[in-house]
Ligand binder design. Sequence first.
Ligand code: ZN
Length: 286
Amino acid sequence: MSQGLSNKRIITIAPTGAWPTKQNNPAMPMTPREIADDVYACWKAGAAVAHIHVRDDEGRPVMTLDKFSETVRLIREHKDCDIVINLTTSGSPDATDEERLQHLKVLKPDMASLDCGSMNWQHKFVAVNTPEFLDKLGRTMLENNVKPEIEVFETGMLYEALYLEKQGAVKAPIHFQFALGVPGGMPATIENLVFLVNKVPEGCTWGAVGIGKASMPVFLGTLALGGHPRVGFEDNVMYKYGELAQSNVQLVERARRIIEDAGYEAATPEEARQILGITQGKAKTI
Ligand code: ZN
């Protein structure tokens, strides 16, 4: 990495996620059109990566190929927008293993999430990621030139990623995404973030996000520790205590402002591709 890139911070926008609805924030993008328009506006505001979940027509979280395809196609209709497209592989607890892989094979996005272990999600259900599935998911990404975003909700998941690398299912340098503050995982404290960052092998990259009211402390800690921040309604629908965010764009604008005030620069999508080692270029549309 050149000296210039070390000063860049990649802003990831996570506009929708699996769970929040327009009841949580009326500006929540839910349909492919709403998500695509929101991602485009966030790209203009400085986001370099879009981490995307999709919903069915009733707003339920799904992993259906048609919704992913339409969303990606609508983003790519904006010919000037080269945002890095990162599709979830954990968008619905009801999805089969095959449903969680199919969009990677067909759409070949720049990136996709890889949740590196099972977890008692919010104390409500088991988010299942069997060893067999993780191996298959990693290899499917390798075959389709999709950069894995290793999502880490607790420490064991980081070591699981290193195991997958040893098995040849994931290739170094790994990009970790520390997601702190999901009940059932690690609480969103700076102490926990520092602990995880110290475990990141040389040459790897990392980002972090805190859920809900932890989003700003983790954002600031991430900048201070040299990582890449993520904002968006998937993680937090508030602008500050007692005040809903007007839009995802408002959160990206603030992220960029803080990054620049702190003496860093927001990475462009092209710079993000260089930092993350993404060789593929734009996601295919169908
Ligand atoms: Zn997600």
